[in-house]
Design a protein around this ligand. Structure first.
Ligand code: ADP
Ligand code: GLC
Length: 481
């Protein structure tokens, strides 16, 4: 079975978040099951430099404002899987973030940049660009690939089924209605039953309306997004398509995220946690934090935005500090939140440290060295960092939403008695609930036996990709049946 994955990011070449992790791991996990999985990516500098042995296979000519567009084929550096790359320098040869320019604003031609991605996918599906390989199923990810099923639908002879996966509904890919002509979208599709969204065009809605099946990255988020609270205005479409919508949990690549990885101070395992102490000391030293703190070391590895509940954490900071705990933050994002954490670090140099930036190896050192990973998200489609944390015996403290609710078992008295607890969960998205849970976690930290018990339980959880890939395979087969 041939599957074409279409996305804007892939670990380790271009990454702004978990979407890249998924693209780096899911296609190889499918290949391990015997499927022929390939990816299609925009030719950003990181992709052109990273994909190995790229050879042009089709000169597409001028489309979407680009004078020269070439489709090339090469191999992904780690997995060796085949990768199609759209080389369109006018649209993609820009350093830095794939969506946002150096001024911090979205590129003003994003509609064309990502329409091209969808258009090429549809033409690979029809066999026009690579006569030697036609996918049986096309699998598009997030709004960047939202036009894939639309361009496929505009080819009446094309019967290839499509799957569309929502990684984050909050990014809806909204553009002015008058760009439809530029994108070659037929007028019939510009209605509320099609891709119109409050007088504009939404690429996300396009994916939701025109794909054969919709998935999202956890079962709980698949239910939440049918409600106004989480649906971002698309809850109606998602409810209408409820029978085609399901949640498949993301996995973790344990070859990359494991407490024997080469960048941490000392390796350890569920049976022998001594190395974790060395990792904590090394991290405290690296950031000038006291090694004599009474309370646990809390960590954040995250985009710093309100989605991630970072404002709640800033508000709950007095609770954390009062308990003698420490906090270490790795992230970038909203300027106000960055400033808030920096201020806290300056005011409490032995207790709070902040690294504003993006650093993949530092993320590993945080996972290994911290006692607790904080993920107090307002919404969380799946979340990967809590899964990494579990494997490192760093107990996640999460809000009960989306994939966080599906993957962390709260240390309640019942769950502790049943030995199922793997972390800590709170409900109310207010400062007080998080602060209260932080205080309880600090108290429990002093009960070493119980803490160990939860750590061991957390570390043996299996969120590898095998299970998730099996679910996707069942979905693909159901479309071909
Ligand atoms: P999201 O995709 O919403 O940002 P996820 O938890 O799914 O959330 O994935 C985030 C990914 O990005 C993880 O791999 C995490 O380790 C990584 N990450 C986030 N911020 C940073 C950072 N500042 N430095 C290094 N890695 C980061
Ligand atoms: C999105 C979500 C995150 C999810 C990731 C990968 O960025 O915010 O929860 O884990 O996609 O699916």
């Amino acid at each position: 079975m041939r599957i074409l994955h279409v996305a804007a990011e892939i670990y380790p070449l271009v990454k702004t978040g978990g979407l890249a992790d998924v693209l780096g791991s899911l296609p190889p996990a499918l290949a391990k099951r015997g499927l022929d999985a390939r990816v299609l990516l925009p030719g950003f500098p990181g992709i052109l430099n990273g994909v190995v042995g790229l050879k042009p296979i089709f000169r597409i000519g001028p489309v979407f404002g680009a004078a020269v567009v070439t489709l090339s084929l090469g191999r992904l550096p780690d997995s060796g899987l085949q990768a199609y790359v759209i080389d369109a320098p006018f649209l993609y040869a820009r350093e830095g973030n794939p969506y946002v320019g150096p001024d911090g604003y979205d590129w003003n031609d994003n509609h064309r940049r990502f329409a091209l991605l969808g258009w090429v996918a549809a033409h690979i599906a029809s066999g026009e660009l690579d006569p030697e390989w036609r996918p049986d199923v096309v699998h598009a990810h997030d709004w960047h690939a939202g036009l894939v099923p639309v361009y496929m639908a505009q080819n009446p002879g094309l019967k290839t089924p499509s799957v569309f996966t929502i990684h984050n509904l909050a990014f809806r890919g909204i553009f002015p209605m008058d760009c439809h002509a530029e994108l070659g979208l037929s007028a019939r599709k510009l209605t509320p039953h099609g891709i119109e969204f409050h007088g504009k065009i939404s690429f996300m809605k396009a994916g939701l309306v025109y794909s054969d099946r919709i998935t999202t990255v956890s079962p709980t988020y698949a239910l939440e997004i049918r409600t106004p609270e989480f649906g971002c205005g698309l809850e109606g479409v998602l409810s209408d398509r409820g029978s085609d919508l399901s949640g498949i949990l993301n996995g973790v690549d344990y070859d990359i995220w494991n407490p024997d990885d080469p960048v941490i101070a000392k390796s350890y395992s569920a049976d022998s946690l001594d190395g974790k102490k060395a990792c904590k000391l090394a991290l405290q030293k690296e950031f000038g934090l006291s090694s004599q703190a009474e309370g646990p070391l809390f960590a954040v590895v995250s985009r710093l935005f309100s989605q991630k509940g970072m404002d709640l954490l800033l508000a709950a900071m007095p609770d954390l500090l009062r308990e003698g705990a420490q906090l270490i933050v790795l992230g970038t994002g909203d300027g106000d939140l960055e400033a808030g954490f920096k201020y806290a670090a300056t005011a409490n140099p032995e207790k709070v440290a902040v690294y504003i930036g993006y650093d993949e190896t530092m993320a590993h050192r945080f996972m290994a060295g911290a006692d607790v990973l904080l993920v107090p998200s307002r919404f969380e489609p799946c979340g990967l960092t809590q899964l990494f944390a579990l494997r490192y015996g760093t107990l996640p403290l999460v809000r009960r939403v989306g994939g966080l609710a599906d993957t962390v078992v709260d240390a309640t008295a019942d769950n502790l008695a049943a030995d199922t607890a793997t972390g800590f969960v709170f409900d109310d998205p207010g400062r007080h609930a998080l602060g209260a849970r932080i205080r309880e976690v600090c108290a429990l930290y002093h009960d070493e036996t119980t803490w160990r018990q939860i750590q061991r339980r957390a570390m043996v959880q299996d969120y590898s990709w095998d299970d998730s890939a099996a679910h996707y395979e069942v979905l693909y087969r159901s479309l071909l049946a």
